[in-house]
Design a protein around this ligand. Structure first.
Ligand code: UDP
Ligand code: MG
Length: 338
C-alpha cells in the first residue's frame, strides 16, 4: 500500500525529491547541480530538485529561474523574506512530491555521493536515514564546544535525546514527511522534530566538506537563538524552573520564621516588627514567583499556538503547474497550514 500523498502531489510523483534551502548561494548552485544530477540519474528512476530561496538578496533567484527554464525538474519556491533555514526545510517538505525526500545544504558541505547510500538504506526499509558527521573540524573550536554542550543539555532536559552528530542532511520516506508536515508548530527545530517522529531510523556517517563558496550564514547570534528555540520547544524547564525557585524561597522564609520566633523567645526582640515583616515579604515573593511560573507555563503554550501565523510567505513559485506570481512583497501569498 502506498503512503498518502500530499495535496501538492498533483502530478505523478518522482521517486526522489531533493530539498535544498538556499540563502545567497548563487555561486554554489551550478556546481551543486553539476555534481548532484549524475548521482540522481544513477540511483533513482525519477527525481526533482526543490530549491527554497530563503529571501536571498544576491543572484540566487535569477539562477533558479534559469535552471527551471532549462529543466522543469528544477523547481523552486521563493520566500518573501528570510525566514530561516528551519522554515525553509518545512516549506521544502510541503512542496516535495517524491516518494522519498532528501534534505541537503546548497554549499556542497553535504557530499551528494552519500545519497546513493541513503537510497540503499531506504530501499532496505528505513524511513528516516540521517547523515552523521564524522568530525566537526570544519567548525571553529568554540562552535564545536558550544555544540557539544548543547547536545548534553538537550539530553538531560529535553523530551528525548538527539543522535550525536545527526544534522539536517537526511532522507525521509513519504510517511515520515507526512508526519513532519502534520506538525504545525511555529518554533521549528528540525533536529528535534526528526528525532521525535521516530520511524525505523539509521545513521550514515559522512565527512563534512569545505564550503564550496561564501561563508556560513550562521552567526553565533543566530546559533544561540536556534539553540534556545530548540530547548524551549522540546523542554518546559525554562518555564518550570521558576516554580522550583519559588518553592525554595518560600521554604527558606518558613525556616527564617521559625528562627526569628526562637530568637525572640530566647533573646527578646531588638527591632520590633522587623521579623514578621521580612518573613512575610520573602514568603510572598516566593509564592508570587511560583504562581507566575505556573501562569507562564500555560501562557507560553497558548501564545505560540494562538498567533496562528502562516509559517512562511511565498513571493514566487517556479513550478510547472503553478502560475508564476511576481515578487511583490506588499501582496504575498500566505500559505496557511491546514
Ligand atoms: N540557509 C537558509 N537560510 C538561512 C541560513 C542558511 O536557507 O537563513 C541555508 C544555506 O543557504 C545553506 C544551508 O542553509 O544551504 C546551511 O547554511 P550554512 O552553510 O550557512 O550553515 P553551516 O554549514 O555553517 O551550518
Ligand atoms: Mg554550510
Amino acid at each position: 500500500m502506498s503512503p498518502p500523498l500530499s495535496e501538492t502531489a498533483r502530478t505523478e510523483s518522482p521517486e526522489l525529491s531533493v530539498v535544498v534551502p538556499v540563502f545567497n548561494e548563487s555561486e554554489n548552485l551550478a556546481p551543486l547541480v553539476a555534481r548532484l544530477v549524475p548521482i540522481l540519474e544513477r540511483c533513482v528512476s525519477s527525481w526533482e530538485l526543490v530549491f527554497i530561496d530563503d529571501g536571498s538578496s544576491d543572484d540566487t533567484l535569477p539562477v533558479l529561474r534559469e535552471l527551471h527554464g532549462r529543466d522543469a525538474r528544477f523547481r523552486a519556491v521563493s520566500f518573501s523574506r528570510n525566514f530561516g533555514k528551519e522554515i525553509a526545510i518545512a516549506a521544502g517538505l510541503d512542496h516535495a512530491r517524491g516518494r522519498a525526500v532528501v534534505i541537503m545544504d546548497a554549499d556542497l558541505q553535504h557530499p551528494p555521493e552519500i545519497i546513493e547510500t541513503f537510497v540503499e538504506r531506504w530501499r532496505e526499509g528505513y524511513k528516516n536515514v540521517f547523515g552523521t558527521r564524522v568530525d566537526r573540524t570544519q567548525d571553529s573550536p568554540l562552535r564545536r564546544l558550544l555544540t557539544r554542550r548543547f547536545y548534553q543539555i538537550f539530553e538531560n532536559f529535553g523530551e528525548m535525546g538527539l543522535p550525536e552528530g545527526a544534522g539536517d542532511y537526511r532522507l525521509l520516506d513519504r510517511q515520515a514527511v507526512e508526519a513532519l508536515k502534520s506538525m504545525g508548530e511555529r518554533a521549528r527545530f528540525s533536529k528535534g522534530l526528526f528525532a521525535w517522529i521516530g520511524f525505523r531510523s539509521i545513521g550514515v556517517p559522512f565527512q563534512v566538506a569545505e564550503r564550496h563558496s561564501g561563508v556560513s550564514k550562521f552567526s553565533y547570534r543566530k546559533l544561540t537563538r536556534f539553540a534556545l528555540d530548540g530547548l524551549m520547544s522540546f523542554s518546559t524547564l525554562p518555564l518550570k524552573v521558576w516554580t522550583y525557585v519559588g518553592t525554595i524561597i518560600s521554604m527558606l522564609a518558613l525556616v527564617m520564621a521559625v528562627y526569628f520566633v526562637i530568637e525572640t523567645a530566647v533573646w527578646g526582640a531588638d527591632t520590633p516588627g522587623f521579623a514578621s515583616l521580612i518573613v512575610s515579604v520573602t514568603f510572598f515573593a516566593g509564592v508570587q514567583l511560583m504562581s507566575l511560573g505556573i501562569l507562564g507555563e500555560y501562557i507560553g503554550r497558548i501564545f505560540a499556538e494562538v498567533k496562528r501565523r502562516p509559517l512562511y510567505l511565498v513571493a514566487e513559485r517556479l513550478e510547472d503547474d503553478a502560475t508564476v506570481e511576481p515578487a511583490d512583497p506588499t501582496r504575498p501569498t500566505p500559505r496557511v497550514r491546514a
